[in-house]
Design a binder for this molecule. Structure first.
Ligand code: NAD
Length: 279
């Protein structure tokens, strides 16, 4: 029976540390959150992030734009936020409507205000293993979860299912930098179970319910479920939790696992960005 890695509790203790550190500063870190359109899931994420900011003493500014906003208008807002010394972090909530060029927008955010870690310079620093990068929040949160159980990654086989720029790819890079052997699986991987069964650590970031069943997990593995899927009014992951918890040594629940850690890492990045700018 697996031990649960309680992301909610871990995130709470990280938020407490952030609150304490902010109490020692002679300025208040500020996060600007840009929300384009009225997608209900994005609106919920944005209000969760705003609430989390306020709780730790980060000021938050919400910039809500119409769904048909032009690239030029959004770029002008980013230019303004980049130049505003009172704004330490800028987050543009994704997904963006089709008319907007996401890559150009991420590239326009000042690198040291890029609290999502999506700017090509931050991605490059991470890939080169150089210091000074703001790390993408979800992968950084997963690393903290593994640290919380004192897991030693060196030489271990980690299998990451999903290869997105937001989760899978940076996650795999962090594991490589921690000296793990990394296998990346994706939608065209044939016989997924062949790989997942070899994982000492299995990270699943796909967005498909019931993708990982108990027979696809090596006994004693650590299973991190990043997936979030709405089933009716319930939020579930990509892993069949009830089955996999019988096989794994550690497992993260959904909800209450990676999700709260992602938000905690956003707060941590905002504090880090503010400190870099005030240094
Ligand atoms: P994405 O859609 O950009 O990427 C999904 C990845 O899954 C792709 O690389 C694709 O190749 C792979 N994939 C699709 N079907 C597959 C299959 N059958 N077998 C193996 N791989 C397959 O999604 P994303 O942004 O990386 O997010 C992934 C999931 O994680 C989603 O459910 C998302 O909601 C969730 N998520 C959660 C958090 C959090 O904080 N908890 C943060 C980010 C994303």
């Amino acid at each position: 029976m697996a031990m649960i890695i309680d992301g909610k509790a871990l995130a709470k203790s990280i938020r407490e540390d952030i609150t304490k550190e902010i109490g020692t500063l002679n300025y208040q870190p500020t996060l600007a959150v840009v929300l384009v359109g009225t997608d209900p899931a994005s609106a919920t994420y944005v209000s969760m992030k705003e609430k989390a900011c306020l709780e730790v003493g980060i000021a938050s500014q919400a910039h809500r734009l119409a769904a048909d906003v032009s690239q030029r208008e959004l770029m002008m807002l980013i230019t303004r936020l980049n130049a505003d010394p009172a704004v330490n972090g800028i987050l543009v909530q994704i997904p963006l409507p089709r008319q907007l060029d996401q890559t150009a927008i991420f590239g326009a955010i000042r690198r040291d205000k890029d609290v999502d870690g999506f700017h090509p310079m931050n991605v490059g620093l991470l890939n080169l293993g150089l210091s000074g990068a703001l790390l993408p929040c979800t992968p950084a949160g997963v690393m903290e979860m593994l640290q919380s159980i004192n897991y030693r990654l060196k030489g271990k086989h980690v299998v990451v299912v999903g290869r997105s720029n937001v989760v899978g790819k940076p996650m795999s890079t962090l594991f490589l930098l921690a000296d793990a052997t990394v296998t990346i699986c994706h939608r065209y991987t044939e016989n997924l179970g062949l790989y997942t069964r070899q994982a000492d650590v299995l990270v699943v970031a796909v967005g498909k319910t019931n993708l990982i069943t108990g027979d696809m997990v090596k006994p004693g593995a650590v299973v991190i479920d990043v997936g979030t899927n709405r089933v009716g009014s319930k939020l579930v992951g990509d892993v069949v939790y009830e089955d996999v918890k019988e096989v794994a040594a550690y497992i993260t629940p959904v909800p209450g696992g990676v999700g709260p850690m992602t938000i905690a890492m956003l707060l941590k990045n905002t504090l880090l960005a503010a400190k870099m700018q005030h240094a």
